[in-house]
Structure formats: C-alpha cells, structure tokens
Design a protein around this ligand. Structure first.
Ligand SMILES: [Mg+2]
Length: 368
C-alpha cells in the first residue's frame, strides 16, 4: 500500500513586543507610566528621530521614525528619553531563552520581534496557539512586559496576525481561514508593500487581496516587478519561506529585466527610482542600514557593469539611495547603448547588523 502523504502544514508564531523600548522604560521608571513617552533622539538635538513611542504617545499621532521635533509639536507635554540599548539587548536575550524552551528554529527580525517554527516543539505540546500563550505568559511573569503573538501556517500571515490585536494580542489564523483573510486584507496592510507601492496599487483600483487575486501572475510581475510573483502566491495564502535561525545579510537589492530595452537617461532613472524604493522597503523590513550603494547595468549584448559608491553615513532614507544611484548612472550612462536590466543593491552594513544574533540593532541605533 502506498502511504498517504499529508501536506506539510507548518506551525509558525510571530512574536512582537508591544512598544518595546517605551514599555521597558515604563517598567523600570514608574514615573513614566501612563504618560506619553518617546524613546529616541531628543527634540532639541539635530536630526533626532522617534525609536518607539508609548501607547499614550501614539494617541497623539506620534510614530516610530518620525522626527522628534515633530513628535514634540504633536504632544508638547510628551516625555523624551534616550534609549538604553544595553538593557533592551538583555531583555531580548531573556525573551530568546523563553523561545528556546519550545524550539530552536528562531529567526529574530530585531531586538523585539521574531519568527518561531514550532511544527515540532521541544515539549511536545503540539498546539502552536498553546505555545504562543505560554510564551506570552512567561514574558509577562519573568520580564513584566507584554508581547503580541500571531499564529498561522506561514510567516506572512503570522506576522500580520501579531499586529491585529495589539497590545497583548493573540491571534490565530488557521489554514481554513487564510484565503478569506488574505482576500479581505487591505493592500496597505500587506507587509512588504511599502507606501509607494500601496499608493500605486490603489491608483490601479487594487484595494484588497481579492483585487490582487484577479490579476494573473505575469500581470503582477509586469506592474510590480519580480515581487509580483510573491504577491501572486501570498494572496493565495502560499508562503513557503522557512524560518531561518541564523541570517547573515551581506547585501540587499532588487533588479529588473525590461520587456523593452531602455535607451534614455530619463527612462533608466524612472525605473531606478522604482527599484530603489523597493530596495529601501526591503532594508526597512530587515531593519538594515548599509553604506555602499551599487548600480548594476546589463546591456542588450549581455555585457554587464557595476558601479559602487560608499557614503560616509548609513542610508536612512530612500532619497539617499535614489540620489546616489543618479550619480552612478550619470557616470556610467553611455549614449546609444540599449539597457535590458537595471539593479540596485545596498551592502556594507553596520558591523553590528551582520552579527548573527540579534540582527537589526544597528538599524535601530542608526536612527539617532
Ligand atoms: Mg514591537
């Protein structure tokens, strides 16, 4: 008899600490509790940015990555404190210890966020939802902090789910409800779809997963580039990306091959702006800040060149990528040579970002 092979359904948990830095500060300093608190750059300093705002501060519209000056305008009585990364790192290690009681398949995304694969858990609990509950409970009891958890069969849905009931949330989206869930999801909630792409989608009349689902794979690729293939799969609830316990990112990039060769500088810059935005979105997602920008050009005769430029500071804005790419293209542009592919990548990440655990700290640090 042929054995019946069941589809491998994975059990994935995404854990995300609630207002992490701010919650740690409110935990350690009772005078901050119940108050609008901003952890990050101070508003009187130059270029200070909000790293994390407490929930009380968010009520005033204060958000991460917002200039601290703007945060102060939104809420003049907000308290501003500098981050204590050594403390956050310690807490993060403790959280990891808690995860390790259940699985070794842990992929940290930053100090306060991780994917866990608990398809096989160390304690034979079997239920991912139950494990998520136990983890949340341990974080509360041992660290006096709250986390939100999303539980599903893949990373994409687990991550969206963890954000749905915040703070102190626990959301389970099982295999039978994934399709409906994805169909009703607004495009701007798709993580990986940045603001620019979301706006482009909405201009095209694509508001939800169901709208995206009406498009064929080649159409999605035509409109959005390679990532279109990912959208095609994800609206059908398919995401096979494994939970990767150690990630060492050396470079992050995107490239596109064009259906028709490009000839003018303007055409190329148009495409490069879009590709640069995509790279920026990927960097944001990985919380990475790189210093070296590389432009790749492949001509219609398949000859390829790359040009790189290293900036004194890690890239913190999409416009920095676009400006640098424009410089590189100005130098490399050759009149009358048709171009079939353009690519942009970032490398030379802050040394702390390339260390294995926890990645992302430099991304946060460079906010200041
Ligand atoms: Mg968080």
């Amino acid at each position: 008899m042929t054995p019946i092979i069941l589809p491998a359904v994975r059990k994935i948990i995404h854990i995300d600490m609630d207002a992490f830095y701010a919650s740690v500060e409110q935990r350690d300093y009772p005078e901050y509790r119940g108050k609008p608190l901003v952890v990050g750059g101070l508003p009187e300093g130059r270029g200070g940015v909000v790293a994390t705002a407490s929930y009380e501060a968010r009520k005033f519209g204060i958000r991460s990555a917002m200039p601290s000056k703007q945060a102060l305008q939104l809420c003049p009585h907000a308290l501003f404190v500098r981050p204590r990364f050594d403390v956050y790192k310690e807490v993060s290690q403790h959280i990891r210890e808690i995860f390790k009681r259940y699985t070794d398949l842990i992929e940290p995304l930053s100090l306060d966020e991780a994917y866990l694969d608990v398809t096989q858990d160390k304690q034979n609990i079997g239920s991912a939802l139950e494990i998520a509950k136990l983890i949340k409970q341990a974080i509360k009891e041992e660290l006096n902090l709250t986390a939100s958890a999303g539980v599903s069969v893949n990373k994409f849905v687990a991550k969206i789910a963890s954000d749905m009931d915040k703070p102190d949330g626990l959301k389970f989206i099982g295999p039978s409800s994934i399709e409906v869930f994805m169909e009703t999801l607004p495009v701007e909630k798709f993580h990986g779809v940045g603001k620019v792409t979301a706006q482009k989608m909405m201009k095209m009349g694509l508001y939800t997963g169901a709208d995206l689902k009406k498009l064929r794979e080649d159409e999605l690729v035509k409109y959005f580039g390679k990532v279109g293939r990912f959208y095609y799969q994800i609206v059908r609830g398919i995401d096979d990306r494994p939970v990767q316990p150690s990630r060492e990112t050396k470079s992050v990039g995107a490239e596109d091959t064009f259906a028709r060769d490009l000839l003018t500088f303007e055409e190329m810059m148009n495409e490069l702006e879009r590709i640069s935005m995509l790279v920026y979105e990927r960097l944001e997602r990985k919380k990475l800040r790189g210093r070296t920008i590389t432009l790749k050009i492949k001509y219609s005769n398949f000859k390829q060149i790359t040009r790189s430029l290293s900036l004194p500071e890690p890239v913190g804005e999409a416009s920095m990528i676009i400006d640098t790419v424009e410089k590189l293209l100005t130098e490399a542009f050759a009149e009358g040579k048709p171009v079939r592919l353009l690519g942009v990548s970032l490398s030379n990440f802050h040394e702390q970002t390339v260390q294995k655990n926890p990645p992302g700290i430099a991304g946060q640090l460079s906010l200041f």
